[in-house]
Design a protein around this ligand. Structure first.
Ligand code: DGP
Length: 114
């Protein structure tokens, strides 16, 4: 038996979340620990553990996540200035092993990130 990821449980409405967008391929909800005025996680319904585990068959869903993240940024008035981040692996700060794109906006975002 495989254990559902935390984000699969949110997708299946077993856990609450502040959902801002959903469609047949992805769900987007506010991060529980926001690092910017707008901090949304864009998550594929398919529980890919991390980006480095994605394959060619995931190409369209990966593109979809980026396009939807940009659309969501625009919806919230940040279409011209936002950052997308994918943490891949514990060493890069990944804590939830269900691929997700962080959408951050609404403040100055320094470079390089920490
Ligand atoms: P990462 O470190 O890249 O794996 O990001 C995981 C993010 O998920 C982190 O910013 C906090 C967020 N998070 C963890 N648990 C929950 C939760 O139960 N609900 C929501 N909305 N966000 C969560």
């Amino acid at each position: 038996m495989t254990t559902k990821t935390l984000f699969s449980r949110i997708i299946d409405r077993e856990l609450p979340a502040d959902i801002v967008y959903e469609d047949e391929l992805c769900l987007a909800f506010r991060d529980i620990n926001p690092q910017a005025p707008l901090h949304v996680l864009v998550v594929p319904r398919k529980p890919i553990g991390k980006l480095s585990e994605a394959t060619e068959t995931d190409q369209s869903v990966l593109g979809h996540l980026l396009l939807k993240a940009a659309e969501i940024a625009k919806t919230f008035g940040h279409g011209e200035s936002f950052r997308l981040t994918v943490n891949n692996g514990a060493g890069a700060g990944q804590t939830v092993f269900h691929l997700h794109v962080h959408l951050l906006a609404g403040r100055h975002l320094g470079w390089p990130p920490g």
